[in-house]
Design a protein around this ligand. Structure first.
Ligand SMILES: C[S@@+](CC[C@H](N)C(=O)[O-])C[C@H]1O[C@@H](n2cnc3c(N)ncnc32)[C@H](O)[C@@H]1O
Length: 277
């Protein structure tokens, strides 16, 4: 899949709100620059009018200049290597790239080759899910990672004691990147990755935990399918939606046989943890 890189020259105080808006519009990854923001979207999803509508909303407050170009895959690593910084989740998890030194103060050291996949820990939703994983049981469990991106959540699951991992993503680059990241982290769990959706998971394959950082609409249509693969007492962590959509997600989950355990938010993004009754 080819991506479009949009270069937004904008005052840094608007970067966060723009990332949230662009995330809703299908942009998958962001890099903050000295002059604003680089935002990445699959070429087929890029809509110039939609981008103009988003930037026009801020014209009374600030100046936003947007230019864009189709991105060749080979440019991507160089961009990341210029700007990627390690991410810390509390005082236990640190996500870094190979070009960063490890920090022994952190119990969980996750290595990510960032590339063109969502899930470096920089996004609120990835951070929120990892933070929940710290207080969920993983020991000996089979864990499914829906929309694995870089595979970061599954990698943490393995480090927390999961015995088996199944990750999948619709994006072929994400699948390739997850495989690479699984290999780099010397996982103790057995791990499989495939390109596709929940419908590709064999019927009857049951998991003790499911990680689903996707988006509102996909969750609303797929939560009942996840529940069919969850053992009684098993947990489901959902994220990828805004606080304003949380009630819809909770209603869908409850109608599918799940009980809410807890929720959290960060910069208007939400996560909700459920348990199968
Ligand atoms: C918000 S990102 C999350 C990535 C990673 N799990 C994380 O937490 O950082 C969502 C990912 O889901 C993938 N995706 C979108 N719809 C999907 C679907 N129906 N089934 C599987 N993957 C999907 C996207 O390609 C993207 O990599």
């Amino acid at each position: 899949m080819n991506y479009v890189e949009v270069d937004l020259k904008v005052d840094s105080e608007f970067s966060e709100i723009l990332m949230a808006e662009l995330g809703e519009a299908g942009f998958e990854s962001f890099v903050e620059t000295d002059e604003g923001l680089l935002a990445y979207i699959p070429e087929g999803d890029f809509d110039e009018n939609n981008l103009n509508e988003i930037t026009a909303k801020y014209q009374d407050l600030t100046t936003i200049a947007a230019t864009w170009k189709s991105l060749e895959r080979r440019n991507w690593n160089e961009e990341w290597e210029k700007s990627y910084e390690p991410i810390e989740v509390g005082d236990q998890i640190r996500v870094r790239a190979t070009f960063h030194e490890p920090d022994p103060a952190f119990q969980y050291d996750l290595l990510i080759q960032p590339k063109m996949s969502f899930g470096t820990g920089h996004h609120e939703t990835t951070w929120l899910v990892m933070n929940e994983q710290l207080s969920l049981p993983h020991e000996g469990l089979s864990v499914m990672d829906v929309g694995c991106g870089t595979g970061i959540l599954a990698i943490l699951a393995s480090k927390l004691g999961a015995a088996n991992l199944l990750g999948f993503d619709i994006d072929e680059w994400a699948v390739e990147n997850t495989r690479e990241n699984f290999a780099m982290n010397n996982l103790s769990a057995t791990a499989d990755v495939f390109q596709g959706t929940i419908t590709g998971v064999p019927a009857g394959r049951i998991f003790g935990g499911i990680l689903a950082n996707i988006n509102r609409n996909i969750l609303l249509s797929e939560i009942p399918k996840y529940v069919a693969h969850l053992s009684p007492g098993g947990w489901l962590v959902t994220s990828g939606f805004y606080e304003t959509d949380q009630a819809d997600i909770e209603q869908c989950a409850e109608e599918s046989g799940l009980k809410k355990l807890r929720s959290n938010t960060r910069n208007q993004w939400a996560t909700v943890v459920f348990e199968k009754l």
